[in-house]
Design a protein around this ligand. Structure first.
Ligand code: ADP
Ligand code: TRP
Length: 339
């Protein structure tokens, strides 16, 4: 099973990113051949500062490694290092109905909010589909917001196969009835549903767009300050505390050592401990959980040449997966000689 996903380096990583996405990606490296890339081309839609874009790309790569991704097992690479992607993106784009792109949430939502939309944002799902198809991915772990992009990807792969693979039967994409396999494999979305949405320090969903995050690799002082300022209600110390919609409760649940969680949960529901005490516990749990990765992150960021080397090696391995598929695609559309 070939597992592939991309992460945009578009901001400082926070606890929501870890518990909602990165942790699952790291676990999945043991379930098949995992390819993970830093989607730095996609991020150009939102980061318009070259220095920052470069720094965030390396930080995101270092974060994955520090948080447990094994670069000898999984393939970690940078999207822009695979030059062939641009060609596949164009070829695929020649088959993409405008109507699909006009319906894409990424574009529609921005337009609905009255914000100016660029071609890059409009074309974003095509680049994402090319990302998925050129590596022959079977499974793509993504958040719910990306499901539509996966559906488009399957539709466009089918269109391509129907157009360019003689005898391809869209009803039997795996050739069960003796029809030929497509050049592009149809990927499945894998939605990591069971993770709770972590709330930020203001009680809304934790998101860099709301400025309410707790960063994974922020300064100790900053982390503590943020944690101590998590919004809570006015329940007195002795009162039972509401768990629902409580950012503090959710964060404790995510980070408390399994042995301590039952006690925390019981006291939370029965009362007797004040929010301030829970916040101090949260700071301790954060350090217990993340101090090792934070140390590794600092080491990795201190040796950018080594990081670049890891990414280059990843790109070489990724290219080997892409090469046979790209070759077939080029021959099929007639930009290289077939046979
Ligand atoms: P942000 O909302 O900060 O811009 P992204 O959209 O870049 O975050 O999120 C990247 C991934 O991190 C998402 O696919 C999602 O799975 C996960 N994620 C982000 N915020 C949260 C959160 N508050 N709780 C759980 N998962 C989250
Ligand atoms: N669009 C994805 C996101 O914003 C990132 C991404 C780019 C991606 N290319 C991909 C995810 C290919 C999965 C597969 O989260």
């Amino acid at each position: 099973m070939r597992i592939l996903s991309g992460v945009q380096p578009s901001g400082k990583l926070h606890l929501g990113n870890y518990f909602g996405a990165i942790r699952q990606f790291v676990e999945l490296q043991h379930k098949g051949e995992a390819l993970y890339f830093i989607a730095n081309l996609h991020a150009l839609n939102s980061v318009r500062d070259g220095r920052l874009a470069y720094a965030l790309t390396l930080e995101t790569a270092a974060a994955f490694l520090a948080l447990g991704l094994d670069a000898d097992k999984a393939i970690l690479f940078r999207q822009s290092d695979i030059g062939e992607l641009g060609e596949a993106y164009w070829v695929l784009g020649t088959l993409v109905p405008m109507g699909n792109l006009e319906r894409a949430h990424s574009y529609k939502d921005k337009k609905a909010r009255g914000l100016p939309a660029d071609f890059g944002l409009f074309a974003y799902p095509v680049l994402m589909a090319a990302d998925i198809l050129i590596y022959g991915s079977d499974v793509v772990p993504v958040g719910k917001d990306q499901i539509q992009h996966l559906e488009f990807c399957r539709d466009w792969a089918t269109k391509f196969n129907v157009a360019y693979v003689p005898g391809y039967d869209a009803a039997n994409p795996n050739g069960e009835n003796g029809s030929p396999q497509g050049i592009f494999k149809l990927p499945e979305a894998f939605v990591c549903e069971e993770t709770a949405v972590l709330l930020g320090i203001d009680g809304q969903k934790m998101s860099k767009s709301y400025g309410n995050t707790i960063e994974l690799f922020g300064e100790d002082k900053e982390v503590k300050k943020k944690m101590m300022s998590i919004k809570t209600d006015s329940s007195p110390i002795e009162a039972p505390k509401p768990a629902e919609n409580s950012a503090l409760f959710g964060l404790l649940q995510a980070m408390a050592p399994p042995g301590e969680w039952p006690e925390i949960e019981t006291s939370w529901r029965e009362g007797g401990i004040g929010y301030g005490t829970y916040k101090k516990k949260l700071v301790d749990y954060f350090h217990l959980y993340f101090d090792e990765p934070r140390k590794r992150f600092a080491e990795l960021m201190g040796d950018k040449a080594e990081l670049e080397k890891i990414l280059e090696k990843g790109a070489q391995r990724a290219r080997a997966y892409a090469a046979p598929i790209i070759q077939k695609m080029r021959a099929a559309v007639g930009i290289s000689r077939s046979g």
